[in-house]
Design a protein around this ligand. Structure first.
Ligand code: C5P
Length: 244
């Protein structure tokens, strides 16, 4: 499978077309940014950890019956995926209150809500990915009611699969962001990636943050945190790709 034109030149991922029009190659860099690219750095081997972490998570989700764009890992920094029409909407799952929700509502970080919280945001760097609701999503044509129902249903299943996976490796899955895309036949699949850049992972025993918050808050040991998640996941997941 050969890379051809670049179709997304992001900071932490680049997406390339391939010689097969329905497939893309996603390549992970060592670059990291926060606060809408105001803060930037390079973390050695971050691309390798993030690609491997996302591949392990997606393989596990496939086994759990979740429809995904991921096909197989190509190398330490690259994965082959189905080309999708990405819905410009981010879905955030919160098992524990942290980050923007703690700030916005004046809640102490670490509070466990009575039920899992789902937020949806309009994907726009310029606007700071503002929170929207179902009415906005439908009225603005981002998704239909039926699609939103399916998105929430898949999202809940993803959380039901990942929360225990991470618990089993001593990590609380505090929150995470996912995105969805449409295949040419209109069916929905989980797209994007799931990594410490887009999720919060807290060590259950020590409370140590094992995610991008270390970079956001200048806590140091960012690479070590990502490596820890990678090594723990690698110790419990089956890392063979078998189908296309
Ligand atoms: O910023 P906030 O605290 O709402 O983020 C919740 C979760 O979603 C975090 O894990 C964060 O890394 C992720 N997120 C993301 N991309 C965004 C917004 C949030 O990956 N644009």
């Amino acid at each position: 499978m050969n890379r051809t034109n670049i179709i997304h030149d992001g900071v932490s991922i680049k997406i390339y077309e391939t010689d097969e029009p329905d497939k893309v190659i996603i390549s992970f860099t060592d670059d990291i940014t926060a606060y809408y690219k105001i803060k930037k750095a390079v973390i050695r081997d971050k691309g390798l950890y993030c690609n491997n972490i996302s591949c392990m998570i997606f393989r596990h989700l496939v086994k759990g019956g979740i429809p995904v764009h991921f096909i197989r890992q190509i190398s330490d920094r690259e994965q082959l995926c189905r080309k999708v029409d990405v819905i410009p909407m981010e879905v955030i799952v919160r098992n524990v209150i942290a980050g923007s929700m703690a700030q916005r509502l004046g809640i102490e970080e670490g509070m466990v809500p009575n039920d899992t919280i789902f937020d949806i945001c309009y994907k726009s760097d310029e606007l700071g990915d503002p929170i929207i609701n179902d009415y906005h999503a439908i009225a603005l044509g981002l998704a239909t009611r039926a699609e939103l129902d399916e998105i929430y249903s898949i999202t809940k299943r993803v959380n039901d699969i990942l929360f225990p996976l991470f618990k089993g490796i001593g990590i609380t899955l505090v929150d995470f962001k996912i995105e969805f895309g449409r295949l040419p036949d209109g069916s929905l699949v989980l797209a994007d990636d799931i990594t410490p850049d887009s999720a919060r992972f807290w060590d259950i025993e020590t409370g140590m943050k094992l995610d991008k918050d270390r970079f956001r808050h200048d806590a140091g040991k960012v690479g070590l945190a990502y490596k820890t998640v990678y090594e723990r996941l690698a110790s419990v997941t089956d890392n063979s790709d078998c189908d296309e």
